[in-house]
Ligand binder design. Structure first.
Ligand code: OAD
Length: 231
C-alpha cells in the first residue's frame, strides 16, 4: 500500500477555533513567547507558564476537528497514512487518525522535570504548582519549548524518507527542524502544500503543488484527488 506522510501545523486547527502562532504578531494570546515557551521562562516564572498552558488546554477541551482533520481519516481507508504534526492539540486523535507523531509535544500531557520518561495524561485542563510526578518533582507541560531538542524528529525523518506522497497543511514552515523535513522526501515523490498563504511560502524543494485554500476546503479536495488517482 502506498505511504502518504502528512505534515500539519497550526493552520489545520484554525477553523476549529485554535489560534495560529504567526498570525498573532509573535504574541501568543497576549504573551511574549520567551516568557511562556522557553526553559528560561519556566525557570523564571513556572506559575505563569502553567497558567498559560492551562488556558490553552481549557480552550482546547471544547475544540472539535474540522473537515481538514476528517479528510485525513478518510485517506487512511486507501493509503498507509502517517501524520507528523507540529500541533500540541489532540484534534487528529479526536478525528480518529491512527498514526500520529507529535513533534512539539502534547498539551493534554504532563512530564516530570527530573525524569523525561515520566509522562502522564492530564484529566481536565489544570496543571498546577505542586502537582508532582511519582518521584516527587514538579510536573511541567509535555511541550517542546524553544531551545529544546525535538526528540521525535528522527522517527519523522525516517517516515518522510519512505513516503510516496507528502501533504503539508497549515504551516508557515518557519520553525526548524520541522520545516526541513520535506527535504528528506524522495525526489520523485509529489508534494502538496495546502495553506491559504501557499503562494507566499517557501518550500525547500521543487515541483510543489500549491493549493491556496483553507484546510477545510483544500484538504478534502487533495484527498479526493489522491483517492481517485490511486490506481
Ligand atoms: P504558524 O502560525 O507559523 O503558521 C500557521 C499557518 O497556517 C500559516 O501559514 C497560515 O497561512 C496557515 N493558515 C491560517 N489559517 C488556515 C486555515 N484555515 N487552513 C489552513 N491553513 C491556515 O504555525 P506553525 O507553522 O504550525 O512550536 O508553527 C510552527 C511552530 O511554531 C509551532 O508548532 C509552535 C510555534 O513556535 C512550538 O510550540 C514548539
Amino acid at each position: 500500500m502506498k505511504k502518504i506522510v502528512v505534515l500539519t501545523g497550526a493552520g489545520i486547527s484554525a477553523e476549529s477555533g485554535i489560534a495560529t502562532f504567526r498570525d498573532a504578531n509573535g504574541l501568543w494570546e497576549g504573551h511574549d513567547v520567551m516568557e511562556v515557551a522557553t526553559p528560561e521562562g519556566w525557570q523564571a516564572n513556572p506559575a505563569l507558564v502553567l497558567e498559560f498552558y492551562n488556558q490553552r488546554r481549557k480552550n482546547g477541551l471544547e475544540a472539535q476537528p474540522n473537515a481538514g482533520h476528517l479528510a485525513l481519516v478518510e485517506l487512511e481507508k486507501h493509503f498507509e497514512v502517517e501524520i507528523i504534526t507540529q500541533n500540541v492539540d489532540n484534534l487528529h486523535e479526536k478525528a480518529g487518525s491512527s498514526n500520529i507523531i507529535h513533534l512539539h509535544g502534547e498539551i493534554f500531557k504532563s512530564r516530570s522535570t527530573i525524569d523525561s520518561g515520566l509522562i502522564y495524561d492530564i484529566e481536565g485542563w489544570e496543571l498546577n504548582m505542586e502537582d508532582t510526578c511519582e518521584k516527587g518533582s514538579q510536573l511541567r507541560p509535555h511541550i517542546v519549548w524553544f531551545g529544546e531538542d525535538v526528540p521525535m524528529i528522527e522517527v519523522a525523518v525516517e517516515k518522510i524518507a519512505d513516503a510516496d506522497a507528502v501533504l503539508i497543511i497549515g504551516t508557515s514552515l518557519a520553525v526548524y527542524p520541522a520545516a526541513g523535513l520535506v527535504g528528506y522526501a524522495p525526489s520523485d515523490c509529489p508534494v502538496y502544500l495546502i495553506d491559504p498563504n501557499a503562494n507566499d511560502l517557501t518550500v525547500i524543494r521543487d515541483n510543489v503543488h500549491k493549493i491556496a485554500e483553507k484546510g477545510s476546503v483544500g484538504v478534502p479536495k487533495v484527498v479526493e484527488e489522491l483517492i481517485s488517482n490511486k490506481n
